[in-house]
Design a protein around this ligand. Sequence first.
Ligand code: AMP
Length: 113
Amino acid sequence: MDCIFCKIISGEIPAEIIHRDDEIVAFRDINPEAPVHLLIVPVKHIETITDIDTEDQNLVGRMVFVAKQLCEQEGISESGFRMVLNCREHGGQEVYHLHIHVLGGRAMRWPPG
Ligand code: AMP
């Protein structure tokens, strides 16, 4: 499958992987928008959040839990962070393999652009 995140998961493309289990992989964004910028992705290729099935509910919950654990590991739990999930064109999604962004290490603004 011609998916950049599937290739990172399989090891075909290098990335700084900071978490891996049977269902979830996390790595640093190649083009960080903040001092800490992580991507949490499911091993299963799901294009976007509108494609999740009933059976994927626990997986998405686990993605959030792994993100929370990685925030502790990165030392941004106390200062705070932003979790972002972009969906399709209006959401600004570029890579069509479901992912949660974790951005931290600086203050974020609101509303987003
Ligand atoms: P999105 O716009 O939500 O689809 O975000 C996709 C993210 O993937 C962007 O922040 C990119 O910088 C990031 N990205 C694209 N290619 C790579 C890569 N090879 N390794 C790490 N991050 C990547």
